[in-house]
Design a protein around this ligand. Structure first.
Ligand code: FES
Length: 106
């Protein structure tokens, strides 16, 4: 079911924002004006990925620098200095309608 997130112009290029919709904490990612939406928390130790940054089209966690591809949620690099295997991030379908970002939530 589609839900409104916020206006497209409320997020800037290469910015990360969080919002909770229907009790689900979400990360909104703007990479080169394309919007991606994933779960907010890192699958390693639950750090908010909004505190992280974008590097080469990946979201990097500020805590141990795990990297995720926000398009697929796939782990690109695990936590620094650890062999721990971490889960991929959940991703959500998104679209822009009338300049409003929409997310498809169950
Ligand atoms: S909490 Fe994100 S890499 Fe450790």
């Amino acid at each position: 079911m589609w839900n409104e997130v916020f206006k497209k112009d409320e997020i800037k290029n290469n910015e990360l924002k969080n919002i909770t919709i229907k009790g689900i904490p979400l990360l909104i990612v703007d990479i080169n004006n394309s919007i991606y939406i994933t779960d907010l928390y890192c699958t390693h130790e639950q750090t908010s990925l909004e505190e992280g940054f974008i590097d080469k089209c990946h979201v990097v966690c500020s805590n141990h620098f795990a990297e995720f591809d926000p398009k697929t949620g796939k782990v690109v690099a695990g936590p620094e200095g650890e062999d721990t295997k971490i889960d991929n991030l959940k991703t959500y379908k998104t679209k822009i309608e009338n300049n409003t970002i929409m997310v498809d939530l169950p």
